[in-house]
Design a protein around this ligand. Structure first.
Ligand code: SF4
Length: 287
């Protein structure tokens, strides 16, 4: 009889920026002035947030709710005023903004300094986008589709930066309208490939798998998107937050069991899930 096989997508789980932020938080729990708090959830994964809390890292909603100790800035960054306010209040600031997000901040600042009208391609209201606009002193227009440009009085020289999780297709649509309307268009492509790579790897695996397990927070947009992509080619796709949600009945197959995980799922959660599935497969073999 052919044994079922488990395969993990070639790109899955936490990206560089989130892993770095998690490492910084755990390190802060050991060595930084206490109490240690993150500004908002460090990661969209309730299990990780509760693990951090057990390690001594809690969460605050706003700088004004913090009086002492250390505050950790999340990977997608904040407006500079938040960091200034925390420092002025004597709070120790640990800036875990992802270096790729910092790259967007500097590109936005530079374009504004050089006199370009700044367009930020991204989701209005998203904390990362707010941080980018804040670094450009608020002198930016946020657009998520080419149509959003209709209401903007474009200058002669336009500069463009992009929220890291946007797609190349969206950027291309917007730039093609801009080049028709402005005299000079300067584009700094600040898209981070982490999200796209995870989606492509999940799609490739789901096309070959009998069953797909997607691990990550139910409140994590990128994990839900991964589950959606997998479901398109693998009907038996299950989105779990934790290995305790696994059901042995899902794995009655002789084919491939694929595993993927959102950008907010640490490697330890992937390992735990793989281990739990292996135990279930062993259990059904012995019966
Ligand atoms: S998705 Fe990219 S930019 Fe965002 S935190 Fe991860 S590595 Fe950094």
């Amino acid at each position: 009889m052919i044994e079922p096989r488990i395969e993990i997508a070639s790109r899955a789980g936490v990206c560089y920026g989130v892993e770095r932020a998690l490492d910084m938080a755990h390190e802060a729990a050991r060595n930084a002035p206490t109490p240690v708090r993150t500004l908002g959830p460090l990661i969209h994964n309730p299990l990780v947030v509760s693990e951090l809390s057990q390690a001594g890292v809690d969460m605050a909603d706003a700088v004004d709710d913090i009086q002492d100790g250390t505050v950790i800035i999340r990977a997608h960054g904040v407006v500079p005023a938040v960091i200034d306010r925390a420092r002025a209040a004597g709070i120790n600031v640990l800036d875990a903004t992802c270096p790729y997000v910092k790259r967007v901040h500097s590109a936005a600042q530079k374009l504004v300094r050089e006199g370009y009208q700044l367009i930020v391609v991204g989701e209005s209201g998203h904390p990362e986008v707010e941080g980018i606009v804040g670094h450009a002193d608020g002198q930016a227009h946020v657009v998520s589709t080419a149509r959003d440009l209709d209401s903007i009085d474009l200058a002669r020289r336009v500069g463009v930066v992009v929220q890291t999780t946007q797609t190349v297709g969206t950027l291309q649509d917007i730039v093609s309208v801009l080049v028709a309307r402005a005299e000079e268009v300067r584009v700094v492509n600040t898209i981070c490939s982490a999200t796209q790579e995870r989606q492509e790897a999940a799609r490739e695996l789901a096309e070959r798998a009998d069953v797909m397990v997607v691990i990550g927070g139910k409140n994590s947009g990128n994990t839900r998107r991964l589950a959606q992509i997998c479901k398109e080619s693998c009907e038996r796709t299950y989105h779990i937050e934790d290995s305790s949600e696994l059901d042995e009945a899902w794995f009655h197959t002789s084919g491939l069991i694929g595993i993927t995980a959102g950008a907010s799922t640490p490697a330890s959660h992937i390992d735990k899930t793989v281990h739990a599935i292996e135990e279930m497969l062993r259990g059904s073999d012995e019966r």
